[in-house]
Design a protein. Structure first.
Length: 354
């Protein structure tokens, strides 16, 4: 995991090291241990294979042998469905949130008939015996997960929520770092998944790239296409709640998940905050009454600190989908003397067109 800035808001989460001398039966399809290949966020192939019988009597992130064996069954079920490591890790995270990786023979208030690792109910999830079998129940979970379109653009907790329909879509987020630790601990593979602060949205190489600056000293905040413009629009339902009926910025595709977000002009990072929906926002003050906002990054995609001096075209973040969002993109706003203006018109005036 590479070091980077995060506004002083993110505590790095240590991944427990493997005990020396432990031997695992591990197969990474394609024969590569490259982190980007292992993570494979688009969810197809390159999954890890772990034989549950080889799991040692050890502990990872507070999970003991019985729980780690169940995690191995989950990982293997994902592998057998040709899913990638990100999907496999989402399965482990979900079971942590539902059962603490134990095959529970009881339900709860909302689902008294819920059983097993994923607290699956009788209707739609199979027989009691199937739901109590860690491999079969994980297979059922992954078959439902595989039907989620564009899940690589969604935070892991949202993917889990769309399968489980939990009352709180962010219920699983806190388990993501431990899930990454367990998958990496059992496999011995550096997955490249971001384990910090529950983000985990993409593999991250830690590399940045600069944007192109024009002769007026301005740069595109993110690559096109434009997904939504400034002005009135229908209310959109998101996992964090409904959007406003007026769109105060411009939405750019910005390379999709983990794509580069660039400072539109030189300035000073004046704020890094979360909005009421949990979305992260970077504000850059350019002087002369002009400020720009960059919204929807995950916490672990923020590459600057408050007070930093940034240059035009400097990468300040990676594209995410936090807050009032349904998929990875950059929401970009421009304010002039405190008034929100149409970013496309403003950018055109300084020589930036899409």
């Amino acid at each position: 995991m590479s070091e980077r800035k995060s506004g002083g808001l993110i505590a790095l989460i240590a991944i427990p090291a493997l005990v020396l001398g432990l031997v695992f039966s591990i197969v990474l399809l394609g024969g590569s241990d490259d982190a980007a290949a292992a993570c494979n966020p688009d969810g197809s192939g390159n999954g890890l294979s772990i034989d549950p019988d080889t799991v040692p009597d050890d502990e990872i992130s507070g999970y003991g042998h019985e729980q780690l064996v169940n995690a191995a069954h989950i990982i293997q079920a994902g592998k057998d469905l040709d899913l990638g490591v990100r999907d496999q890790t989402i399965g482990v995270m979900t079971a942590m949130g539902e059962s603490t990786l134990r095959v529970l023979d009881y339900g709860d208030g909302p689902g008294p008939d819920s059983r097993g690792l994923f607290q699956q109910r009788q209707e739609g999830w199979g027989s009691y015996e199937d739901r109590m079998d860690p491999y079969i129940s994980a297979t059922s979970f992954f078959k439902a997960l595989a039907k989620i379109e564009n899940r690589e653009s969604l935070a892991p907790t949202i993917v889990a929520h769309r399968v489980q329909i939990n009352k709180d879509p962010y219920h699983y987020e806190k388990h993501w770092p431990a899930a990454v630790a367990v998958v990496e601990g059992l496999s011995g593979v550096d997955t490249g998944l971001n384990a910090e602060n529950g983000g985990g949205e993409e593999c991250s190489s830690g590399e940045t790239e600069s944007g192109e600056v024009n002769q007026n000293g301005w740069a595109k905040p993110g690559d096109g296409p434009i997904n939504a413009s400034f002005g009135p629009r229908p209310v959109i339902q998101t996992p964090s709640g409904p959007t406003y009926p007026f769109h105060f910025g411009t939405d750019f595709q910005a390379g999709g998940c983990d794509g580069p977000i660039w400072a539109a002009q030189e300035g000073t990072v004046s704020q890094i905050v979360q909005d009421s929906g949990g979305g992260w926002r970077i504000e850059v003050d350019h002087g002369g009454g002009v400020t720009t906002w960059y919204v929807h990054m995950y916490a672990n995609g923020i590459l600057v600190d408050v007070g930093d001096k940034v240059k035009a075209g400097q990468q300040i973040a990676r594209t995410g989908s936090s807050g009032f969002s349904t998929g990875c993109h950059l929401h970009f706003e421009v304010q002039v003397n405190g008034e929100k203006v149409d970013p496309i018109s403003f950018l055109a005036e300084v020589g930036i067109t899409y």
